[in-house]
Design a protein. Structure first.
Length: 399
């Protein structure tokens, strides 16, 4: 039995950009983060620490600097600062990872679970003390799957190779696409990989009404308003629908992002505000209201973005609403029967799929029935990130 068993276990989690202090505050009250439909990964981390009676350290890059310390936990929002570009971006990533490692080590952490949004993984080998073990938590693909590898990405993959070949206590992977990339980086010799899927509480979607019986056909986009997410293509689809006389289809967008103002301007200029509605950021109660009025979800992420899963696809299924999306979203592998699949970046294909789903009642009914059959895995705690992390900790303690 290793020496790390002779004192109390301490786990550290670098959680990416979310407000981990706010999530911790909610968790201590026995509540879920109201900004998320799924059970947050940081909430699951705190629960793992509670179950293992381990000390917990959680650090996020949330721009709202804050910290809280209790007897068992130290939780901090440690901002990264304004985004850099080019070489500056990579130096910023390395510097931030070094800061996180220092904080974890200072708190006496044994394991550092590091979400991919934290920064590059390879600096761990440079800066971490020997007693600190790493668990990469991969939520996005490491590069856009439908794009050729850039020279910079090839260098990063080479630098990460040793970590993914066995230099980590375990690797948490959200989808098969991510696992495939880990295999590529490791030269087909990956360290121990543990898969998980997003997990939800049964009650979140229980009170939803049936989709409205009367027109219009409400299509819901939920997510960031960014170019890579396909929102401007959705706008063009709305223009085409209006031109072709399909006035019974409304496209509703819930979310914010850097392109919100530009998207609103473009919708006004094109004269489609009557069928293309931008609602901005919606907290959970309002989001559920929009879902209740919707008939189907659309997730048109472009090939420029490295989706690791895309929880919105699962949330459409859990809400009993069919989803129109492409293989850019790896969630597709779990819910294919409830989805109308379109080839990546095929915008006329998306338009045709919308018209078909809105007009073909038998198809819509079949997809709705499939949604009901596909929901159970997302309610199964054994498939969760927290359960996968528990397995990694148990394996590491046994080694």
């Amino acid at each position: 039995m290793s020496s790390h068993n002779h004192r109390s276990l301490c786990l550290a989690y670098a959680a990416g950009p979310g407000d981990v202090v706010a999530t911790f505050t909610d968790w201590r009250r026995g509540e879920d983060d109201p900004h998320q439909m799924a059970i947050t990964y940081s909430g699951q981390f705190f629960e793992v620490c509670r179950q293992l009676k381990a000390r917990g350290v959680a650090i996020s890059s949330c721009p709202r600097a804050d910290r809280v310390r209790t007897e068992q936990f130290y939780v901090e929002n440690l901002p990264k600062g304004p985004a850099s570009h080019g070489l500056g971006f990579h130096l910023q990533q390395i510097h931030y990872v070094r800061q996180v490692i220092r904080k974890a080590a200072a708190e006496g952490a044994d394991l550092l679970i590091m979400a991919d949004a934290t920064g590059h993984f390879f600096p761990f080998r440079w800066f971490a003390p020997r007693r600190l073990a790493l668990v990469p938590s991969l939520h996005c693909t490491l590069w856009p799957r439908f794009k050729p590898l850039s020279r910079v990405q090839k260098i990063i993959n080479l630098l990460n190779r040793e970590i993914f070949q066995g230099g980590a206590a375990g690797i948490l992977c959200l989808s098969q696409d991510i696992q495939d990339q880990v295999r590529i980086i490791s030269g087909n010799r990956p360290g121990p990989v543990f898969s998980f899927i997003p997990t939800y509480r049964k009650g979140v979607f229980d009170g939803l009404p049936e989709p409205p019986a009367r027109p219009p056909f409400n299509l819901l986009y939920a997510g960031r308003l960014e170019k890579e997410k396909g929102v401007f293509e959705l706008l063009q689809i709305a223009v085409d629908l209006k031109k072709s006389g399909n006035n019974g289809i409304f496209i509703n967008l819930c979310g914010d992002g850097s392109q919100e103002a530009a998207l609103r301007r473009a919708a006004a200029e094109k004269g489609i505000e009557d069928i293309f509605h931008i609602y901005g950021y919606c907290r959970r109660p309002l989001m559920l209201d929009h879902i209740g009025r919707s008939h189907a979800f659309i997730v048109p992420t472009t090939t420029a973005f490295g989706e690791g899963f895309n929880k919105v696809v699962a949330e459409g299924i859990l809400a009993g609403r069919p989803v129109i999306t492409s293989a850019v979203c790896p969630a597709l592998e779990h819910v294919r029967d409830g989805v109308i699949e379109v080839p990546p970046d095929d915008w006329d294909g998306y338009r045709r799929a919308i018209v078909k789903l809105a007009g073909d009642h038998a198809l819509y009914g079949d997809k709705r029935q499939a949604c009901a059959r596909l929901q159970q895995p997302f309610y199964d705690p054994a498939r969760s990130w927290g359960a996968a992390l528990m397995m990694i900790v148990a394996r590491w303690q046994h080694d």
